[in-house]
Design a protein around this ligand. Sequence first.
Ligand code: PEP
Ligand code: MN
Length: 350
Amino acid sequence: MSGFFECRQDAGGGPLLIAGPCAAESREQVLQTAMALQGIPGLFAFRAGLWKPRTRPGAFEGVGKKGLAWLQEARERTGLRLAVEIAVPAHAEACLKAGIDIMWIGARTVVSPFVVDDIAGVLSGSKACIMVKNPLNPDAGLWTGGVERLQQAGIGELAMVHRGFDAFSSHPYRNAPLWEIAMEMQQRFPGLPMLCDPSHIGGSRSMLAEIAQKALDLGMQGLMIETHIDPGQALTDQAQQLSPGELRSLTGRLQVKKADAGGFDTTLESYRAAIDGIDEQLLGLLARRMKVSELIGLYKKERRLAPYQPGRWAALLENRLEKGSRLHLDNDFVTKLFNLIHLGSLKKQG
Ligand code: PEP
Ligand code: MN
């Protein structure tokens, strides 16, 4: 089994690309998708989930072990390596037995150090390539712990996958990218490739190209993109899966900019990405605040209360100044900021 770096050389030094359906659904769907993906530049592995972690029971939960034979057939026909998610030790055992080349530990699993430990125990000493996705919650420590647990197990090769986070305000993304956390992980583990999963960050087809380009601009080495032979019929993550043709055109439009050459500055890009992400969250929070203002406005109107309540405003500003100063924010700045917010809110309340 060749590792990620060898694959990257095969890909001519360009980004590593993993593609395939969110979930294996049938033998035909697996084979048709894999064959339609053949020849896309940089594509080195075919992904498919066999055991699907679903938020609520009763939804399609994957075909399980029987999909392994479909994947093996896809590998025989296309020469693509296989990548499968493992969520419990039994999945790792089944994948090792079936000779799956790459396994990844998903966001819902990385949150549990107990489960990661148990999986690492099964993989210990194997030659498998393992990818560790970020945990659901924005916690670089937990992600680091997952990587370290696998490093200690002495496996073939490791990589990380950035798939976004459950955040208080993730709009317009399905999962907030919080690029700064992925950047921090790249600095902590400079020897490990970082792949981006734009599908789970964006949650919708139209957002994938921009996210994928951003990941490359930030120096990430690869992409994992969900691709289905007929996305409209997909049993899981329908809105975010691309058709093989759409993937081909998306990857064809990506630009790999070289750090240093031509003045492209990855460090500056990563700071900018952090700022962009934080601003998006700020806007999302402001919009939520305005919605609440609207509700307060209606409530006051019904009770014939004036929108402006001087006592409440004085107490609010004092409280925000105190909190702001604990966060080392300048008093004058906080005063001006909340005056603007308050004015906007009064306007909403009519
Ligand atoms: C997936 O890749 O299909 C998946 C379930 O991902 P995540 O663990 O990132 O939600
Ligand atoms: Mn998915």
